[in-house]
Design a protein around this ligand. Structure first.
Ligand code: 6PG
Length: 227
């Protein structure tokens, strides 16, 4: 496991943001999928502020929402809304493209289908980078354990009903995440300690399944690493 342990969350956020800029700067065009959650959020804030915003501005980037709560864009729970308020807080670059889930369609399956239509219209192939969080139950994106979502191989995006949350999600799928050139997993805080320990010992949670055997950089803080 390619694991970097940071003294603080701020150090982790800085390193993750710098890594995104470096990866985006290495190629003419790139596609980056962004997960929701409290750990990825400050990374997006950093990327949407000076000086990193200016470094990213001229790059031809397509930002893809990796997963979404099935709520309106202006709902506080919306990942696309969170990205709008962080990465795009100072205005998106005119040459960047943004691919959110259209939860305004009012039907999770239609929303997943629409994302696939727009994915193809944009000419997206394998993603260059996927930023993933990790739940303390081992979920990532909205691939939650026990939902069967991790087993879907023939879709780019799918709806997922999550009983534990009593709510619908839409998410990119395991094959899409595994096909990306690079995955960065962000995990911080003592609440991630136990699940990270189990994953390092080979547990088969969704976050392990989407990262096993493919280039993945784990950015964790000391609290999550159990140090
Ligand atoms: C979401 C995310 C989800 C998140 C993890 C980690 O929509 O919530 O996509 O997969 O990344 O639950 O979240 P935290 O970083 O807040 O623990």
């Amino acid at each position: 496991m390619n694991l970097r342990i940071f003294d603080s969350l701020d150090d982790l956020v800085s390193a993750a943001a710098r890594t995104v800029v470096q990866r985006a700067s290495q190629r003419e065009t790139c596609s980056i999928a962004l997960s929701g959650g409290s750990t990825p959020k400050p990374v997006y804030e950093r990327l949407g502020s000076s000086p990193l915003r200016e470094e990213l501005e001229p790059r031809q980037i397509t930002w893809v929402v990796a997963d979404e709560r099935y709520v309106p864009f202006d709902d506080p729970q919306s990942n696309a809304g969170m990205i709008q308020k962080t990465l795009f807080a100072n205005g998106p670059s005119p040459i960047h493209r943004f691919l959110p889930f259209r939860t305004d369609l009012g039907d999770p399956q239609k929303t997943a289908d629409q994302l696939e239509i727009e994915w193809r219209e944009l000419g997206l192939g394998d993603l260059d980078l996927v930023i993933l969080g990790m739940g303390d139950d081992g979920h990532t994106a909205s691939l939650f354990p026990g939902t069967g979502a991790i087993d879907v191989e023939d879709r780019i995006a799918m709806p997922v009903y999550v009983p534990r949350l009593n709510s619908w999600r839409v998410t990119i799928t395991k094959p899409v995440i595994r096909a990306a050139a690079l995955r960065i997993v962000l995990a911080a805080g003592a609440s991630k300690r136990e699940i990270l320990r189990q994953i390092r010992e080979g547990a088969d949670y969704p976050i392990a399944v989407v990262t096993r055997g493919v280039e993945t950089w784990w950015f964790v803080d000391k609290a999550a690493a159990g140090e």
